[in-house]
Design a protein around this ligand. Sequence first.
Ligand code: FES
Length: 134
Amino acid sequence: MSEMQDLLEVSGYSEKAIDYYLNKVNVGELTEPDTHAIYTGPCGDTMEIFLKVEDGVIKEAKFQAIGCAGAFSSGSALTEMIIGKTLEAAEKIDEEEIINYLGGIPPQKVHCTCLSKRTLQKAIKDYKNKRGGN
Ligand code: FES
């Protein structure tokens, strides 16, 4: 195990969360997204989420972040969780579900899951507004 993995494990990240962070799962951009949004959290970290949507269902999801390991692992988890889901189901995912999916992150990093949740909600809202929905 690398020193970085050790450090992350000692701080309270699950093996899955560490794997997402180190392998940058779903980190990137979509060249022609149907919607994307940027959100900066109260901590100052920023995330951008890109979505491809077909018939109300999320087909592809990628993200970029200027943020901590909590932001990256949450972004990876959330983008994985929403692929194949309807926009309505995706926008309802909350922090607790992201943390459960990750299998644990340090208590002081729980707010980082909110960054990914809010960025996703903004992207979905923008998508609906563009199409005249609510
Ligand atoms: Fe800002 Fe983690 S400290 S998202």
